[in-house]
Design a protein around this ligand. Structure first.
Ligand SMILES: C[S@@+](CC[C@H](N)C(=O)[O-])C[C@H]1O[C@@H](n2cnc3c(N)ncnc32)[C@H](O)[C@@H]1O
Length: 431
């Protein structure tokens, strides 16, 4: 008992014990949990779910490669990208022929807007297959001009997420984005000009670069306040295995104490004017969040290097663009690896995704997995309760401010784990 009291006292003094423990445990857990098998055969596709799912499409081309970026991408080559689009159509048709239906589409990258006309055509084609409500697309600031935006609007793309990362010119230079995407001031002007054009304009930011000072963060926050946009997502720098060495040599070591301090500042600054749609998403649009993995329990990924979560299985497509094109063009599935989750793992996955959106409804888990689902979450709940991470409201477990930061840690470790899988698949399947 006395040991417990001392432990709690230290925790209350905010000395990062829980945060370090959570980082360590979740890193081990995600590494185990996100391990995929190369010779994976998925359960059959014969019984698609009755309700529509989310379709994720990956466009892995960027005009400029950012040294910290851990997502799957290659340098843009027009002819290769055109060939890639042809194969994407074929993979999407495979899903249509299997009887799957989608009501929402998220197109991420890379930079999906490198070929705006091709993107617009693809979106129009998808709309002929399914009655899609929302179409979200990621882009970069240099594409916020009519030449790129007009075809997107015309095709009915209604949510745009702009990778800004920071408005600080020195930091933009260190991230190797300044020369290509412009200065902070130029980006602000472009964002202002675009306001009201899409249902949601999301400003995608990052924090905790080793070179980022508190003054730089405060300046970014005041720019965001003045911009008064629809939505802001703020991700901590995630040093996954593919970029760890590059991040260390260019910027230095990632400091998790600074991450916590900066996150607190971000949350304090933005919660006044935005709703917290999740631990890292601040929205004026009634909690709308452009994050397919959080919004949907199951989703299908199309394109090289994309992931799906279906039937309690995580599945990864091949990474090499050449292999992707070859496989799809010869009528084969581009699936490269995957893993079947046990029921306990599925429950823990749903637990994580539930909290990613800010609150977990135990009734949903009970409906999905039965009364016993709680047993598999005993340790997770114990941690959340003892550390003051959740408060109970009926069947709902809502995150406290402290819990929100725990979720940032879990999200950081989850996406780092996903990116490590990308790296693993990329090694066995490189061009
Ligand atoms: C993969 S990028 C694609 C969109 C666009 N091309 C861009 O450069 O922003 C989407 C977002 O991923 C996030 N991201 C990329 N690498 C990251 C990393 N190592 N740690 C945290 N977030 C990262 C950034 O927030 C970025 O805006």
């Amino acid at each position: 008992m006395a040991i417990c009291q001392i432990f709690l006292k230290y925790a209350m003094m905010n000395i990062m014990i829980f945060e370090y423990a959570l980082t360590y445990v979740s890193r081990q857990y995600m590494n185990r949990y996100l391990q995929v098998e190369n010779n994976f055969s998925p359960t059959d596709y014969a019984t698609p779910p009755e309700r529509p799912l989310m379709l994720y499409i990956h466009i892995p081309f960027c005009e400029e490669i950012c040294p910290y970026c851990s997502f799957y991408k290659v340098t843009f080559q027009k002819s290769l990208a055109e060939k890639y689009y042809d194969s994407l159509y074929k993979e999407i048709i495979q899903w249509s022929e299997r009887g799957y239906s989608f009501d929402s589409v998220y197109i991420g990258g890379g930079t999906p807007t490198v070929l705006p006309e091709k993107l617009a055509e693809l979106v129009k084609f998808i709309k002929t297959l399914w009655p899609v409500k929302d179409i979200s697309v990621e882009t970069n600031p240099n594409h916020l001009i009519p030449r790129y935006m007009d075809p997107l609007k015309e095709a009915g793309i209604n949510r745009l997420s702009v990778g800004v990362q920071t408005f600080d010119d020195d930091l933009l230079k260190k991230l190797k984005r300044y020369h290509k995407y412009g200065s902070g001031e130029e980006i602000v002007e472009k964002l202002k000009a675009l306001q009201g054009t899409f249902d949601t304009l999301n400003i995608d930011m990052m924090f905790n670069f080793p070179d980022q000072t508190e003054a730089m963060l405060e300046k970014d926050l005041s720019v965001l306040q003045a911009l008064n946009g629809d939505q802001v997502t703020y991700y901590p720098l995630m040093p996954s295995s593919s970029v760890k060495a590059e991040i260390r040599s260019l910027y230095g070591d990632v400091d998790y104490r600074k991450e916590k301090r900066f996150y607190k500042k971000i949350a304090q600054s933005l919660t006044g004017s935005y709703d917290r749609a999740s631990a890292w998403c601040f929205s004026r649009k009634g909690g709308m969040i452009d994050e397919y993995i959080v919004d949907y329990n199951e989703y299908v990924g199309c394109g090289a290097g994309s992931f799906s979560y279906l039937n309690g299985e995580i599945r990864a497509n091949v990474f090499s663009i050449k292999n992707y094109v070859d496989r799809v063009d010869s009528g084969k599935s581009p699936l490269a690896a995957g893993r079947i989750y046990s029921q306990a793992d599925q429950i823990r996955y749903d637990f994580l995704m539930g909290f990613f959106s800010g609150a977990l409804d135990m009734e949903i888990l009970k409906d999905r997995y039965g009364r016993n689902s709680r047993i598999y979450l005993a340790l997770q709940f114990l941690f959340m309760h003892v550390s003051g991470g959740v408060k109970k409201e009926g069947n709902l477990y809502r995150l406290t401010d402290r819990g929100m930061y725990y979720l940032v840690i879990l999200m950081r470790e989850f996406f780092t784990g996903v990116n490590n899988v990308r790296q693993h698949c990329n090694i066995i399947d490189s061009d």
